[in-house]
Design a protein. Structure first.
Length: 334
């Protein structure tokens, strides 16, 4: 367990969540009313946040630079932040999942030095595009500040009032279903990303640095609803992942693993995702929830061969079928 003094905690915290130092965002913990505080970000402001008195929202963008980037997944679907972490890892970057204040997750990337926000956003957008989630919100939201604007703030982690409720806290990097027991120890072992890593990714993937800011009316909803843009998962699989099942857990686990493999998740993260998913299952007839060992062996089995089928023919999968799925007409002989 970390034995940091209050002063050391504040210093460490400020090194991870720095931004504009003359303004911050906050909200009333009782009413939820959000406001901007045009006041210096002092140690007292940070301490009030950590103690759960007044939340601190950080404006990450200073000029055209940032020292951290957060991706905001507003759905309670752990598979999404896990997929982002896996995508970032493939590019040699560590990222950290935070359970946000009421619903969903933030995934944070921390940099060794201030980096160009445009580059960081470009790389994050590439990972999201590969996941089929190109319109997911990224903080900072802009590439640079114009003279009049502060940009947008994001609620910073570790708000003292919510920490005991398991919100605004980081999860264990190797076991994302668990909240990390010692948040300060985790911050101390965070691996920050050097600026040259972003340059290498941009170069190797031939990424354009233009237009990283979202156009105002991108049809996120329409994009989400098409199977090929739903984190690569058909609607039945997405519903099963969010709702759990009541029968045929083994068959379902196998089919989920095949689909997660097709979506690009490595085996270890698929096992973590499915272990978390199994807790949502409510087996009928007094049967027990599928065990972690069974999940592991079904997932391993799915990864051994190049299985492709979504599983439409299985009763458990078919019971979640959505007629809007582009495969539905084929399945129904249409
Ligand atoms: S047709 Fe139905 S069961 Fe098959 S993948 Fe699409 S939603 Fe799932």
């Amino acid at each position: 367990m970390s034995n940091l003094s209050t002063t050391e905690k504040i210093r460490l915290y400020k090194s991870f969540f720095p931004g504009l130092d003359n303004v911050y965002g906050t909200y009333d913990p009782d009413t939820g009313n959000v406001r901007q505080a045009k006041e210096p970000v002092t140690d007292e402001v940070i301490l009030a946040h950590l103690k759960g008195i007044q939340p601190y929202g950080v404006y990450l963008l200073t000029g055209d630079k940032t020292k951290a980037l957060a991706v905001d997944f507003d759905e309670d679907e752990l598979a999404l932040p896990i997929a982002f972490v896996a995508g970032a890892k493939r590019f040699g970057m560590f990222s950290y999942i935070e359970r946000s204040k009421s619903k969903g997750f933030h995934v944070w990337l921390f940099f060794e030095e201030p980096v160009e926000a445009k580059k960081a956003r470009t790389v994050a957008r590439k990972i999201l595009a590969d996941m089929g989630k190109p319109n997911t919100e990224i903080f900072p939201k802009q590439d640079c500040l114009n003279n009049l604007s502060y940009g947008n703030f994001i609620n910073a982690p570790l708000f003292g009032k919510l920490v005991p409720k398991g919100r605004t806290v980081f999860v264990e990097p190797g076991e994302p279903v668990k909240v990390c027991e010692d948040q300060w120890e985790l911050l101390q072992r965070v691996q920050r990303i050097p600026a040259i890593r972003l340059d290498a990714i941009i170069q190797s993937c031939n990424l354009e640095l233009n237009n990283t800011e979202p156009t105002p009316k991108e049809p996120e909803q329409a994009v989400q609803d098409t199977p090929e843009h739903s984190f690569g998962l058909p609607p039945c699989i997405r519903r099963i992942l969010s709702e759990g099942v009541t029968f045929d857990q083994r068959i379902c686990t196998f089919r989920l693993a095949i689909n997660l493999k097709k979506a690009g998740l490595p085996l270890d993260l698929t096992i973590v995702t499915l272990t978390a998913w199994a807790r949502k299952n409510k087996p009928k007839d007094g049967k027990r929830i599928i065990t972690d060992q069974e999940i592991e062996s079904q997932a391993q089995f799915a990864y051994q061969r190049d299985y492709r089928g979504c599983g439409c023919e299985e009763a458990v999968i078919a019971s979640f079928c959505d007629n809007n799925c582009h495969l539905a007409s084929r399945k129904n002989g249409g």
